[in-house]
Ligand binder design. Sequence first.
Ligand code: FES
Ligand SMILES: [Fe+2]
Length: 404
Amino acid sequence: MTSADIVRSIATEQETPVGESQLFSPARYAGTRAPIEEAEPLPPDVYFSQEWYDREVETIFRKCWLLATREEEIPNSGDYVRLDIVGEPLVIVRDEEGKVRALSASCRHRGSELMSGQGNYKKIVCPYHAWTYSLEGELLAAPSMKEAMGFDKSDHSLPSVRAETWGGFVFVNFDHDSVSLLESLGGLVDRLASYRLEEMKVTKKWENRFNANWKIWVENSREGYHVPTVHRGSLDTFYPGSRRTVFQADGEPMVYAINSSDNENGLYVPRNHTLPFVEGLSAQDNESTHFIIGYPHLLLNVPPDRITFHQYFPEGPEWTRIVSWCCFPQSTIDLPEFETEVEDKYYPSMDMFLAEDKGVCELVHRGIRGQLAKLSRYSPTEERTVHEFSNYVLDRVLGPVNGQ
Ligand code: FES
Ligand SMILES: [Fe+2]
């Protein structure tokens, strides 16, 4: 019996519905822990189980830096955006001093949601009984509370989570003990410095809610195996002649680079593009598109002319809200041909790619729902990155193997 047979027999014994103790038993995942040449995907129930999902929220989403918004969405003091991240109502606001803060959007009185959407306030006033907070989250006024014994307004500020910025992006982190954002980004900061991401401006932002577990989306974003089949339509329409794309790790962990525009592999810069590339990029960057996976929920694509990115926000085990963004340098936006170029050549291909991925991710979610779903093996050449992601999830939900 090979080691692969052994790990598979362990997993097979436990394919019937399992209780919580088995669900979190490391032995159950030995098949996924095996080297890629022998490994098998995660069992289907980790894509549906509420218990597993709750553990992911606690060990992944409430521990990592998560992309919230772009700084130019809140340029002035008092500007805010309301976001729900893994069920937590937050308001991202620029305070009096110009600092970006992430505050709880739950009133300290009886919990009403404090604001919605996006806008500008000088003070945060609860719509229910008018308790009023500063942009820093301090409780300034609480009507009719004089008789409340021992009530001290300074004890009732809005809770906050960490908010830090890089390259014009605003990230938040529920974990007050986490490393800084810049430390978590590692070499990515230097690598992308010449793109001057902080000078780019949002030109399009749109949102979709899809019936698929968030991990299915990340897995799909991590491999090029599906590109020739799933994206045949958009490739033929927008990138005729392209054949396939293998995602190769490129220096930094989580960075995958492909050629941007050659006929064999390119799929990101329109062949007949007329919008300029960012000035000052290296010769290699001028020919590359970086696909960057910021675990757990960010896919950032950096071709030479713009950035596009997608935030995968889980909403329970079975739904994912995806917010997609496109940003260009201001000098490009100022060009007279900008509007027609992006409408003709850039946005339609993004819409089509997303629709193609949505379709197949929902197919997978529906396909693995039943008890007969039995997932077999990974392609060692094409799905090394998916295997790595599955082990990332296991490392956090169950703890690393051998305490490493
Ligand atoms: S719930 Fe906000 S003031 Fe009462
Ligand atoms: Fe895709």
